[in-house]
Design a binder for this molecule. Structure first.
Ligand SMILES: *Cc1c(COP(=O)(O)O)cnc(C)c1O
Length: 395
């Protein structure tokens, strides 16, 4: 007998009461016909908005030819995407996954194998930062370490330690020769759009160079053009040894990747890792098209320009509503509003104005519009947020 009182979908999400039927660029259309301005982009996934013609073409062309072969064979679209990623980043090589979490799993395995093969198996500990989010697998929650992610799920995987966010002294003190790697989001997404200052990223690189620890950047949310550079760490002028990418890279098709230098990746020889779906022809056909569009310098310059427009608007909004918004954070089209009122109140008030935003930790609401959003749509977003904030301000 089924328990009819238990939800047929495992109730792990607190969903908004909306069901979308269609999307057009920065707009989502509800079943009842209402049009919502989408400042969520599926949590930074729909980098080119909904139903972008180039992506619809890429997917349908590939769908008519070949869906899946497995990695038993060469996959030309995967090779093309890997070549583009290698050309445009620090990396020498890429492994494709279906998600950011799986990209984290490989990053961790790569670090362990690196020190194993280097004859220093005692170097096991990976340092992470408080407020981090790296996914929901056992390794990912063990890395992030917060009570919110880990309570009830012990025993956690050993070999992770968390340091206070942006505390260089704590980092320097912790970085001894038992440390295998350091993992950091250049901009924390779930953690509340907390930007790690350039000087910290530089300091981190220098500290890792001193001890030989590998440096992992998690650019699952802040990468793929979101900040106005292809990857957020480019602003600081430093590069990692390993980087996780996902979300925007597939434009809405499930796709992720772990990128690495030859130095870090060398121990990952045939048979050491794999994935049935990772890098499948459908995902890579779309990913290659996303990469082609997003990596164009003119596209990135446009994102940076729209980012500064958004920033100015948001500063104005915060100044108008000091009882609702206390701080604007972020870079490019990755913006956070630290709220005075509960962040979920502002998300709900915005929804009443047909604008969609994402809550984050630290009482922040996130605005992650499609990178293709227009100036007019950004102004419209501010207008709607202004009305939403007005409903929460004391009269
Ligand atoms: C979303 C996210 C992940 C996990 O990605 P999934 O595709 O949900 O597995 C990891 N790191 C960061 C920074 C993220 O924002």
């Amino acid at each position: 007998m089924n328990d009819a009182s238990f939800p047929s979908i495992l109730p792990t999400y607190a969903r908004a009461p909306l069901s979308f039927e269609r999307g057009e660029g920065a707009w989502l259309i509800e079943r009842d016909g209402r049009r919502f301005l989408d400042m969520t982009s599926g949590i930074g996934v729909n980098a080119l908005g909904h139903a972008h013609p180039a992506l619809v073409d890429a997917l349908s062309e590939q769908a008519a030819k070949l869906w899946h072969t497995s990695n038993l064979f060469n996959i030309p679209a995967q090779e093309a995407l890997a070549a583009a990623l290698v050309e445009h980043t620090f990396a020498d090589t890429a492994f494709f996954t279906n998600s950011g979490t799986e990209a984290l799993e490989l990053a961790v395995k790569m670090v362990r194998k690196f020190w194993h093969d280097a004859g220093a198996p005692q170097r096991q500990t990976i340092l992470a930062f408080e407020g981090a989010f790296h996914g929901r697998s056992m390794a990912a929650i063990s890395a992030a370490g917060s009570a919110k992610l880990t309570t009830g799920f012990g025993p956690l995987l050993p070999g992770f330690r968390q340091l206070p966010f942006g505390d260089h002294d704590a980092l320097t003190a912790a970085l001894d020769d038992t440390i295998a790697a350091v993992i950091v989001e250049p901009i924390q997404g779930e953690g509340g759009i907390r930007v790690l200052p350039d000087v910290c990223l530089k300091g981190l690189r220098e500290a890792c160079d001193r001890t030989g620890a590998l440096l992992i950047f998690d650019e699952v949310q802040c990468g793929m053009g979101r900040t106005g550079r292809l990857f957020a760490h480019e602003w600081a002028g430093v590069t990692p040894d390993i980087m996780m990418v996902a979300k925007g890279i597939g434009g809405g098709f499930p796709l992720g990747a772990t990128l690495a230098t030859a130095h870090a990746a060398a121990p990952m020889t045939a048979g050491t890792h794999g994935s049935t779906y990772g890098g499948n022809p459908l995902a890579c056909a779309v990913g290659a098209r996303v990469m082609e569009i997003v990596s164009a310098p003119a596209f990135l310059a446009e994102v940076a320009r729209k980012g500064s427009t958004l920033w100015q608007h948001l500063e104005g909004l915060a100044a108008t509503h000091p009882q609702v918004i206390e701080e604007v954070r972020g870079e490019g089209l990755m913006a956070g509003l630290k709220c005075v009122v509960p962040n979920t109140d502002l998300v709900a008030a915005a929804r009443d104005q047909n604008l969609l935003a994402v809550p984050a930790a630290d009482n922040v609401i996130r605005l992650l519009p499609p990178l293709t959003i227009t100036e007019e749509e950004l102004s419209e977003a501010i207008y709607r947020l202004d009305r939403a904030a007005s409903t929460l301000s004391p009269a």
